[in-house]
Ligand binder design. Structure first.
Ligand SMILES: *Cc1c(COP(=O)(O)O)cnc(C)c1O
Length: 357
């Protein structure tokens, strides 16, 4: 087996143990004599797979099934940009603008109602996290993005929003660190960054918020209550992605849970940021404030676009793939999600040193 060092931003690297479990389940799921992709989602095996996955997610997040529902929806995180305002934006909602994904969420909100941008880092092309917020205490909700995949920034601390419901796009750092998840009314994440393959969007939503605040009049499929009442099987759910997500959850637990994962992530990111900061300016971190630096997407520049292209090409020839920055910002980006092994980060650090000299 020849696995390259995969620094892709998403879809992204998955643990080998998870891939091997998927391989097996693609032929014969749990001795059923058929693939996990060939079974009815109403079969007892798949219903129990879903129950187990939901329970594993809530346990990892320290949330109770009495308070929260776990849904696996289609349409990616991008569909949530629309579903959230459709269901909850009645008068006005607050959004923090920290980059492309926040902006897309804001754009959908504006199609539904009034959006108050409570803070923005657009003035510096999103290379920092705003520290001052002008929240409206009557807002229908506050929306923000924990980790800004493109710019390599992350919101470290949960903003204090008082009693206003808090909604968060955690697509690129969910389960990378421990957090007080009970502060949120709705958390969503496209699976393909940190928890599985593309094709499922994880939504963890507070039931009482839906009961109290969901708007009437939406199409059936676009209402959270539909999916909650049907136990996320209103229509055919993304069975195979959910299987892979559950294997990833088991892998996270085998690694020691969120606290241990967070430690490893801090260590991996620290190695890369040190290599950048100790390069006498050869590599320049795009995010100056260490508090704002992502542990999932490490972004940096070299002296010129030509040098960056040379760096990426040389890295590619050494089996280090996916280092090109997002097309909107250029530069270099190493995405080092949970499943990116320490060895890959060490190989990249060594290459950075070699390339510099
Ligand atoms: C990748 C990404 C998205 C888009 O996800 P889709 O599932 O492709 O819609 C949204 N938000 C963040 C933070 C992302 O990293």
């Amino acid at each position: 087996m020849n696995r390259v060092h995969n620094f892709s931003a998403g879809p992204a690297t998955l643990p080998v143990a998870v891939l091997n479990a998927a391989k097996q389940a693609c032929v014969d799921y749990n001795g059923c004599g058929m693939s996990v992709m060939e079974m009815s989602h109403r079969s007892k095996e798949i219903v129990s797979l879903f129950d187990e996955t939901k329970a594993n997610i809530l346990r990892l997040m320290n949330l109770s099934a009495d308070d929260y529902s776990v849904l696996f929806l289609g349409g990616g995180a991008s569909m949530q940009f629309a579903m959230i305002p459709l269901n909850f934006l009645k008068t006005s909602a607050d959004y923090i603008n920290t980059g492309v994904w926040s902006k897309k969420a804001i754009a959908e909100g504006k199609l539904v109602g009034n959006v108050n941008v409570a803070a923005s880092s657009a003035d510096k092309n999103f290379n920092y996290i705003p520290k001052e917020f002008s929240f409206d205490s009557n807002a229908d909700y506050v929306h923000y993005t924990t980790n800004n995949t493109i710019y390599g920034t992350r919101v470290k601390d949960i903003p204090n929003v008082g009693n206003v419901p808090l909604v968060c796009d955690m697509s690129s750092d969910l389960f990378s660190r421990d957090m007080d998840f009970s502060k949120f009314d709705l958390i969503y994440a496209g699976a393909q960054k940190n928890i599985g393959p593309s094709g499922a969007t994880l939504v963890v939503i507070k039931k009482s918020w839906v009961e109290k605040s969901e708007k009437d009049g939406n199409m059936t499929m676009l209402k959270y209550s539909t999916h909650i009442q049907a136990d996320t099987m209103f229509n055919t759910p993304p069975v195979f992605p959910v299987f892979v997500i559950n294997e990833t959850l088991k892998w996270i637990e085998s690694e020691g849970g969120l606290e241990a994962i967070e430690k490893k992530n801090n260590h991996k990111a620290g190695l890369l940021y040190d290599a950048i900061d100790n390069s006498n300016g050869f590599y320049k971190a795009t995010v100056a404030d260490k508090n704002d630096r992502s542990t999932m997407n490490v972004t940096f520049n070299l002296e010129s676009e030509e040098k960056e292209a040379e760096f990426i090409k040389k890295a590619d020839s050494l089996d280090m793939s996916g280092l090109k920055g997002h097309r909107s910002v250029g530069g270099v980006r190493a995405s080092i999600y949970n499943a990116c092994p320490l060895e890959s980060v060490e190989a990249l650090v060594k290459f950075m040193d070699d390339f510099r000299s």
